[in-house]
Ligand binder design. Structure first.
Ligand code: MV4
Length: 497
């Protein structure tokens, strides 16, 4: 049981600030690390101490384990919080932090390792009776065998990369004739993207809802869940709107899924905060997909409905304390909706619109929380994820939370860059969303730029041409499920199409 006295936050932006705020309330000193692009950033100004760890590109700064650990040594920090993205799900980093004699505010390295490999994750979960999508339990290399298995499972099937996650490297196969070609592509994509060509096959669930459970474990072996988050409103695996609770779970289903989530955590000896991802099919059968071994972007909706501060809980668990409540003591209070405000242009294929926040005024009032890392006049760095803010609205019912979200979107004033605020308002006003009858296809089914009816719609011809090129490219290659990057990782150079 070692108290954390000084915490280094190995991250930037809103999440670095959010972690430091809770630390300060606990009387813990904070250390920021920053790249040369972030000298003026709010997380740097908020921290008690700040250390520059390198040039703007993430690979030369926020991903440099050596520099981050050296910064902890230099400042006398005795713990490191990784936030999300960057090094947060790197078991070598977690181990290096521990080996340096520091506390890692996160899960044990071996749990990160197991859950980082999708096949290992499924096998671990299966041993604890967590329901899985019908499919192969091992990496598959033999096409003939794979075809035979797919026939048994029934088409369509999905080929997934074991080292993937978040939708990277998945391919849909509709029939046996397509199989060989798609498998070759999947293997070569996985090899070039992850250096690991292992793939596996699952039955393709065609209209899934994405429901994830927040779990917490302590070092004494207690595990609880803090209910679910509904994350079906996403665009190319990038979540746009998240809410808690989900409007489709009954108390009985919530209990069964929650117990499965707790078992998935137990299956890898998990402690600290984690998220167990499920898909729910049209008949409300649920299946384990993967486990995210970090605090997630959308954790605030869980905080709003439970009244808990998940970062404070992470810190006390890292110090060796027990979880201070039992499952039975937890209740859902009201309904919370988070919308992600990105500097992206929904009228132009959601291209990042990096620039300066000429006007930046946050909405206010009862039940509104804005987690951001910017102020008016600041510019959004080109090097990192273009998320400006997360706005979380909490009210007694889902309907009231939707109305509050619309009111708050209208009150939010951002000029200088295009944002996803109008797009989020479109979601809030859509009948499918309001009725609760939607799945992960919501955006592709219902969204076209025209629905924004924006009188200031950008008619920059260059942008339109670029957007059109992207669209045509996608349509040519429909069997690839395009993926967004991992949380917090620069997608300009890696994944942006
Ligand atoms: C699936 C699926 C359908 N069937 N697996 C996408 C992200 C990664 N975590 C797994 N994903 C999916 N796996 C089977 N067997 C559909 C998806 C999927 C999805 C899942 C959650 C949220 C959004 C999604 C969007 C497209 C596809």
């Amino acid at each position: 049981m070692t108290k954390i006295t000084k915490l280094l936050v190995a991250n930037r932006g809103e999440i670095a600030l959010r972690i430091m705020r809770s630390s300060r309330e606990l009387g813990i000193k904070t250390v920021a690390v920053f790249s040369e692009a972030d000298r003026q950033a709010l997380h740097v100004r908020f921290a008690d101490e700040a250390i520059c760890i390198g040039p703007p590109p993430s690979a030369e700064s926020y991903l440099r384990m050596d520099k981050i650990i050296a910064a902890a040594r230099q400042t006398g920090a005795n713990a490191i919080h990784p936030g999300y993205g960057f090094l947060s799900e790197n078991e070598d980093f977690a181990q290096a932090v521990i080996d340096a004699g520091l506390i890692f505010v996160g899960p044990p390295p071996h749990a990160i390792e197991i859950m980082g490999n999708k096949i290992a994750a499924k096998n671990a979960a299966a041993k604890f009776k967590v329901p899985l999508v019908p499919g192969t339990a091992e990496p598959i290399t033999d096409v003939t065998k794979a075809k035979k298995l797919s026939k048994e499972i029934g088409y369509p099937v999905l080929i997934k990369a074991s080292a993937g996650g978040g939708g990277k490297g998945m391919r849909i196969v509709n029939n046996e004739a397509e199989f060989s070609e798609q498998m070759e592509r999947a293997v070569s994509e996985a090899t070039s993207a992850f250096g690991d060509g292992s793939v596996f096959i699952e039955k393709y669930v065609t209209k899934p809802r994405h429901i994830e459970f927040q779990i917490f474990g302590d070092q004494q072996g207690n595990v609880v869940h803090l209910f679910e988050r509904e994350c079906s409103i996403q665009r190319r695996h990038q979540k746009v709107v998240e809410e808690a609770p989900s409007s489709v779970l009954t108390p009985a289903l919530r209990k069964v899924m929650g117990e499965a989530a707790v078992n998935a955590a137990r299956s890898c000896g998990y402690f600290n905060a984690g998220t167990v991802e499920f898909i729910l099919d049209e008949n409300k059968n649920f299946y384990f997909l993967e486990m995210n071994t970090r605090l997630q972007v959308e954790h605030p909706v869980t905080e709003q409905i439970t009244g808990l501060d998940l970062v404070k809980l992470q810190i006390s668990i890292a110090e060796g304390e027990k979880i201070p409540f039992s499952q039975d003591e937890l209740r859902i209070r009201g309904h919370a909706i988070e919308v992600r405000v990105y500097a992206e242009d929904p009228a132009n294929s959601f291209l990042p619109d990096i620039g300066t926040l000429k006007t930046y005024r946050r909405p206010q009032g009862h039940g509104i929380r804005v987690d951001d890392g910017f102020e008016e006049g600041m510019s959004i760095p080109f090097y990192y994820d273009p998320m400006i803010a997360k706005m979380i609205c909490h009210d007694e019912t889902r309907e009231a939370a939707i109305e509050k979200t619309i009111r708050a979107i209208d009150e939010y004033q951002i000029t200088g860059v295009a944002t996803t605020l109008g797009f989020c308002k479109f979601v809030m006003q859509h009948n499918a969303f309001r009725s609760g009858n939607f799945d992960t296809r919501f955006v592709e089914q219902y969204f076209t730029p025209e629905v924004l009816n924006n009188p200031n719609a950008d008619v920059d011809e260059g942008k339109v041409a670029a957007a059109l090129a992207v669209k045509l490219f996608d349509e040519k290659d429909q069997s690839t499920l395009q993926s967004a990057p991992s949380e917090g990782i620069n997608r300009w150079k890696t994944n942006r199409t």
